[in-house]
Every structure is written in structure tokens, then in C-alpha cells.
Design a protein around this ligand. Structure first.
Ligand code: UD1
Length: 417
């Protein structure tokens, strides 16, 4: 655990203008998929967050060139080995995105059991099952998995669940496979569509991105391109939820409201107004929104990544609400921390029953990325001082969250123990 923490004095409405950058969950698979060509792939407007920095480190270990130019990342070079160091695979789940592209480029990959947030079992059976159908040989090891193949071949693959990561991995593996691949029951998240945009820009032949069936005609070679990924709907949603809780008026540049339908329909009311205009949205709230229920699920349902932040808000609204988590089986660890602030939350296996009330600032600990962001948002409204430790989890997905909110007139600072 690091020495830093966020100190938040609650009770200030948010006002001002902010900007969201390219989605972490689009940039990460792009940094993996870019190795499918040695030419330059330019990924625009990337966030400076530790998950992206770690993916850059993994690329460097594979001898791939990765340079920042302001916010743009230029990825190029030919992979010359297949070794992802254990300490890097351990810190982030996204190392699993390397599996498909590395297998295509080197013919053999060993992946240590991937890390990431502690929010459930997070197996990779759907990735492996799909790669096997594309012709890979899979060997399960005590500490990970080994995949090997000569050239992959096209196949028809039915995913037993629309896993985002597996969809992205299988697309990245199939674009250079011999023949035609049909992926059925895939994830429809905007980040999947964005990855496909990049691969199509590189010369891949992909149809159906954003629907449940994706068809791919394999090609021999891919080339350099420039891609502007979708902006981060989870960061944008975090800001909206914070404004709904504290009240205020905030312009979110770059926010694409079309990707946040499930959240916006919960919030819009006489107490919360969204004005969509060119280049972003403005949200305004009197801080008096009514409680609502949340059922997370694959896109376009309510994003599981916003579930903890919604709970942080609901726990401070007058009235009862139900939160049902349908994607990850262990995503309520943060509820304990909200309880330290006085939240009345009954935790069931995959449900929370919340009775909203005013919260009091307390010393709390982030145990995962989005749960940590939820604690920060809770602290923006709670009476008194909240100290959130475990900031390294939050830094994985939010670029200087303390600056993001202090720029909107919140009282929040990063401090050292
Ligand atoms: C991605 C996102 C993460 C988001 C999640 C769901 C990235 C980098 N991360 O994670 O922020 O919370 O989508 O929207 O894009 N599963 C299996 N077997 C598999 C793969 C997944 O059982 O082979 C299960 C998982 O345990 C989980 C569910 O499927 O319960 C969803 O996982 P998945 O969609 O794969 O999430 P990630 O790609 O890991």
C-alpha cells in the first residue's frame, strides 16, 4: 500500500469545465493490437494513468517502441520475444489482451495468471476456448497458461458470455488468421467498436462491430494508422454522478452521451438536466435527485464499472434503493468502507439494499479502482473530512482525480502520510 491519500472536505457543489480523454478500456487493447503491424499506429488523446503506463512497460519488454507525444502514443516495431514479466502481468488484468496478438506474432505465449482489480474470479476460459477454436494449443500451467500455434485459422465461435476482453482478444487474433471467422454472442461495448475501428484502419476486414455477431476475413498484413479512441464513458459517468450528488453545473468536454444511456435515464429529472451539444455535454443538478435502482450488465445495460460510484451516491439520497451486480461476483468490497462513513447498506451475495442518509467523513481505504472512485465521490458530499487511502488503485483509471475535482471547486488534495 502506498503512502499517499486523498483528503476531501465534503459539501461543495461542483462548478466549471472539465475534459474526458480516450477510454482506458479502449487504449489498452489497442496497445496490444498495435503489435500486429510493425508500422506506426498513433493512438490519440490518451490518459496519463498507471494502467496505460504499465501496458507501455509490457510493450517495452517485448521490444516494441512506444513513445508519448503530448497525449498521443505512437506504437511501432516488431515484437522479438514472447515473455511478459510476471510482475507486470500480476499488476493488471489487461496483460491478457496480449495473448491473441502475441500468439499471432510469435507462435507461442506464456501468460502468468493475470492480475487487476480484486472483484471476482475473472477466469479466462472464454479467451482460451476461442483461441483453441482458432487453432491454438492450450496448456494450463500451475502459474498461468501457455498457448502455441503456427498460423491461426478462421472458425465459428460462440461465446458463452459476452466478455469484453475475450471479444477483443479473439478479434485481434482472428484479423490475421487464414480464412473467415464468425464470433457469435460478442460484447457490444463502445470500446470493442473502437478497437475494431483501429484494426480496420490498419487494413483488417471486420463487419458487425457493435452488434452481437462479428465477421472477420483474415488478411496477410496490417499497416500503420491513426486512431482517435472513444472517450472514457466511465470517467464521464463518474463526473455526472458526482454532480447529481453534490449539485452544481459542469461542462464535460469530450463526453459522448450516446454511450451513457443507461445512466442518463436514471438521472434525468427536474433535479438533473443534461444538455448535449457539439463536443460534449453540460450537466446541472440541484443535488436533490430521487433514489433509483441499478442492475448492472453488459452494454448497453448499466455499466458494472459505474455501480460502485452509483452506490456512493445512493447511500446519501433520502429513500431506499436496490443495486444488483450482474457482471462480477465480488464487487461490493467498498460497501464496508462506505459503512465506516455511516452508510446504511445491507450486503447480500449480488445485491445491496441501501437506505440513504447523510454520511460523515471518515478514514477509508480503496480496495479496487472503481470502488475507490466511489469513496472519493462519497467524500465530496459527506459532512467533514474524508481520507481515502489506497490511491494507487484509483490512479489506475483516473488521471489526477484530485485535480479533476478541485478544478471543479471541490476541496480535495493528495497528501502523504
Ligand atoms: C472489461 C473492462 C472492465 C469492465 C468489464 C465488464 C477492460 C480493460 N476492462 O474487463 O473495466 O468492468 O469489461 O464491463 O476493458 N469471464 C469469464 N471467463 C472469461 C472472461 C470473463 O467467466 O474468459 C467473466 C468474468 O469473470 C466476469 C464477466 O465474465 O464475471 C465479465 O468479464 P469481462 O467482460 O471479460 O471483463 P474484462 O474484459 O475483464
Amino acid at each position: 500500500m502506498g503512502n499517499e491519500y486523498f483528503e476531501i472536505v465534503g459539501g461543495n457543489p461542483l462548478f466549471g469545465k472539465t475534459k474526458v480523454y480516450s477510454a482506458k478500456n479502449a487504449v489498452l487493447p489497442m496497445l496490444a493490437g498495435a503489435m500486429l503491424t510493425s508500422e506506426s499506429v498513433v493512438i490519440k488523446d490518451c490518459p496519463h494513468i498507471s494502467d496505460v503506463e504499465n501496458m507501455v512497460k509490457i510493450r517495452e519488454c517485448l521490444s516494441l517502441k512506444t513513445t508519448w507525444h503530448g497525449r498521443d502514443i505512437v506504437a511501432s516495431g516488431k515484437v522479438d520475444n514472447n515473455h511478459i514479466p510476471e510482475h507486470l502481468a500480476g499488476v493488471m488484468r489487461s496483460s491478457v489482451f496480449m495473448l491473441g496478438p502475441l500468439l499471432v506474432e510469435t507462435g507461442k505465449v506464456k501468460l502468468h495468471t493475470p492480475g487487476g482489480c480484486k472483484i471476482g474470479a475473472r477466469p479466462i476460459d472464454i479467451h482460451l476456448d476461442g483461441l483453441e477454436k482458432l487453432g491454438a494449443k492450450i496448456r494450463l500451467l500451475d502459474d498461468g497458461v501457455e498457448c502455441s500455434a503456427d498460423r491461426l485459422h478462421g472458425a465459428e465461435i460462440v461465446l458463452r458470455y459476452p466478455s469484453v476482453g475475450a471479444t477483443e482478444n479473439l478479434i485481434s487474433a482472428a484479423v490475421k488468421a487464414k480464412g473467415k471467422t464468425t464470433l457469435i454472442g460478442v460484447a457490444r461495448e463502445p470500446e470493442v467498436v473502437s478497437l475494431c475501428d483501429m484494426l480496420i484502419g490498419m487494413g483488417a476486414k471486420i463487419q458487425g462491430a457493435g452488434t452481437s455477431v462479428i465477421k472477420i476475413q483474415g488478411v496477410e498484413n496490417l499497416y500503420g494508422t491513426t486512431v482517435t479512441p472513444v472517450t472514457d464513458r466511465i470517467v464521464a459517468g463518474t463526473i455526472m454522478l458526482a454532480v447529481a450528488l453534490t449539485g452544481g453545473k459542469v461542462r464535460v468536454e469530450g463526453c459522448d452521451i450516446r454511450h451513457l444511456g443507461a445512466l442518463v435515464t436514471k438521472l434525468v429529472s427536474k433535479h438533473f438536466v443534461v444538455i448535449d451539444s457539439v463536443g460534449g455535454v453540460t450537466v446541472e443538478s440541484d443535488g436533490q435527485i430521487e433514489p433509483f435502482d441499478v442492475f448492472s450488465g453488459p452494454y448497453p445495460k448499466f455499466p458494472t464499472d459505474l455501480q460502485p460510484i452509483a452506490t456512493a451516491v445512493l447511500s446519501q439520497l433520502r429513500g431506499e434503493s436496490l443495486v444488483e451486480e450482474k457482471v462480477f461476483e465480488n464487487r461490493f468490497l467498498y460497501a464496508n468502507e462506505l459503512q465506516k462513513m455511516g452508510a446504511e447498506i445491507n450486503v447480500f451475495k449480488d445485491k445491496l439494499l441501501i437506505r440513504g442518509r447523510s454520511l460523515l467523513g471518515a478514514d477509508v481505504t480503496a480496495t479496487d479502482l472503481r470502488g475507490g472512485a466511489g469513496l472519493v465521490v462519497a467524500g465530496l458530499k459527506a459532512k467533514g473530512v474524508t481520507k481515502v487511502s489506497g490511491v494507487e488503485h484509483i490512479d489506475r483509471g483516473y488521471e489526477n482525480i484530485e485535480y479533476l475535482f478541485s478544478n471543479l471547486q471541490a476541496k480535495i488534495a493528495r497528501k502523504n502520510v
